[in-house]
Every structure is written in C-alpha cells, then in structure tokens.
Ligand binder design. Sequence first.
Ligand code: GNR
Ligand code: NI
Length: 170
Amino acid sequence: MALLPILEFPDPRLRTVAAPVDPAQVTTPEFQRLLDDMFETMYDAPGIGLAASQVDVHQRFMVIDLSDEKNEPRVFINPEIVERDGEQVYQEGCLSVPGIFADVTRANSIRVRSIGRDGAPYELDAEGLLAVCIQHEMDHLAGKLFVDYLSPLKREMVRKKLAKQRRQSA
Ligand code: GNR
Ligand code: NI
C-alpha cells in the first residue's frame, strides 16, 4: 500500500474532467491496489472522502468512509445521481483546500447509481453528510471545487491564504 500525494488548489490538474472507468478494469489487481491506496491516503489525511482527481488520477471514481472506526469503506465508480430532493447547508472542508471551511448548499437527499469494488452495479439512497460527501466528491470528478461556490473575491482570499500557509511551512 502507498500514500498518494494530494493535489492542492489552485493546481490546474484539479480542473481535469475525469474519464469513465472501464467496468472490466475494476476487478484487476492494478485497480484494486489503487482503491486500497486511496483509502490509505484518505484515512491518513484524515478525511471522510477522496476523489481520484485529487491524487492526479483522472478517472471517475471515489472512496468514502464516514465512520469513526474507519470500518465502513464505500466505493463509487462511474457514479450518477439519478434522483435529488430538498436542500441542506453544510460547512465543508476539502483536503485539496486545507484549513478552509465554508457553507455550501446542496441537495438534501439523493439516489446514486454506481459500480462497487466488486465490479457490480448498485444504487444507494443517501441523505445528510453522506449525501454532502457524495456530491462534493462528484464535483471533484467534474473538475469542480467547493470554493467555486464562493464569490470570486472570497476565492481569491482563499488562494492567498493557502499561498501564505505554504510560505510559512516552507
Ligand atoms: O474530509 C472531508 N471532509 C468534508 C467535510 C464536509 C464536507 C465535505 C468533506 S469531503 C473532505 C475530504 C475531501 O476533500 N474530499 O474530496
Ligand atoms: Ni474535496
């Protein structure tokens, strides 16, 4: 297993639109190892979700685990939201925008169609934080970040704050 480097805003590679995964590739040792490395990287960070885009792999998949015990790993490959309902506001953070938190409005409940790590399709109903996390990760796969929901002025302040944090830790 290996820890993968996480890209940080404003790295232009985070703007890449991910390509669909070939379902026949899912059960190969190479892809399964990539999933394990993504979980290891997410747990180490620590985070509750990680999209492939964040580790410079531009394919449509992501991993999520909301549990405290880190024993509820979820895999979403070629995810699609097939139903959405209601609204919720949640204060989001992102491993690619470290130390920044901001309120984002998203659907409250969603139904997601996806492929699991066994290569089989499944559907899941999610609400609350799980629904937030799925929508946040799917944004990454589309090249979008939660700071894109902020005003251009606030986004510029975020960029400057991150640049300053990096200077001070260098
Ligand atoms: O670890 C994470 N926490 C989080 C909190 C609120 C809303 C979304 C998230 S996802 C984030 C990990 C991450 O950046 N995934 O892309
Ligand atoms: Ni994120």
